[in-house]
Design a protein around this ligand. Structure first.
Ligand SMILES: CC(C)(COP(=O)(O)OP(=O)(O)OC[C@H]1O[C@@H](n2cnc3c(N)ncnc32)[C@H](O)[C@@H]1OP(=O)(O)O)[C@@H](O)C(=O)NCCC(=O)NCCS
Length: 176
């Protein structure tokens, strides 16, 4: 049997802070979400997902010790432009939700957020990042593939609203 040299130690739940600046041309900022952001997140979600999370789902995340929500905002207007919700699960991190405001898409915001996120995962010695995406979601699959995520499985009829398959994707941090 091949020996596995990965660490597998439980991850430290402290300091999963994003950098303050997104680093794109427009001076967009990154921070953790608070209760004051719930309404804006729920409306961005409504504009973004076929089966949107209700506000309560975002609220519940804020009460979970292993969950983090990062936000991108435009500091000149205070407008929420994107969010990323993830769970820290032992040595793995699972992405639960990502969305960018429809008017701000295709400007590199999601890629920039995920690059910062992967850099933090590397710093934290995460073994791998996983996520699930609708089989027909070309934009998201393109985004994840461009970041080095690979398809690791498929869940038939996973999405209850339309019976769409879920594609499970993974990024092995040590090999990426
Ligand atoms: C998927 C999503 C988060 C991408 O956000 P974004 O900020 O527009 O993405 P970026 O501008 O950073 O794009 C990065 C790369 O992703 C891919 N991509 C993004 N949108 C795409 C589209 N509409 N079609 C094809 N590829 C796309 C491209 O490879 C792109 O690189 P390029 O612009 O250099 O070609 C956004 O479309 C969204 O919020 N969709 C609805 C919610 C959703 O599907 N979330 C994911 C659920 S798992």
């Amino acid at each position: 049997m091949e020996e596995d040299h990965r660490h597998h130690e439980p991850l430290d739940l402290a300091s999963w802070d994003p950098p303050a600046e997104l680093g794109l041309d427009a001076a967009l900022t990154l921070r953790h979400a608070t209760v004051a952001d719930l309404e804006a997140m729920a409306s961005l979600e409504l504009a973004s997902q076929p089966a949107p999370w209700p506000l309560e789902s975002f609220e519940r995340e804020q009460g979970l010790a292993w969950s983090r929500t990062w936000l991108v905002e435009d500091p000149s207007t205070g407008q929420l432009l994107a969010f990323l919700v993830f769970w820290i699960v032992h040595d793995e991190v699972h992405i639960l939700n990502v969305a960018v405001d429809p008017a701000a898409r295709r400007r590199g915001i999601a890629r920039a957020v995920l690059r910062h996120f992967v850099a933090i995962c590397r710093q934290k010695r995460v073994s791998f990042v996983t996520l699930e995406v609708r089989a027909g979601n070309e934009a998201a699959r393109g985004l994840y593939a461009a970041l080095g995520f690979r398809r690791i499985g498929r869940r038939k009829n996973y999405y209850a609203d339309n019976g769409e398959d879920g594609v499970v994707m993974g990024l092995n941090i040590e090999e990426s």
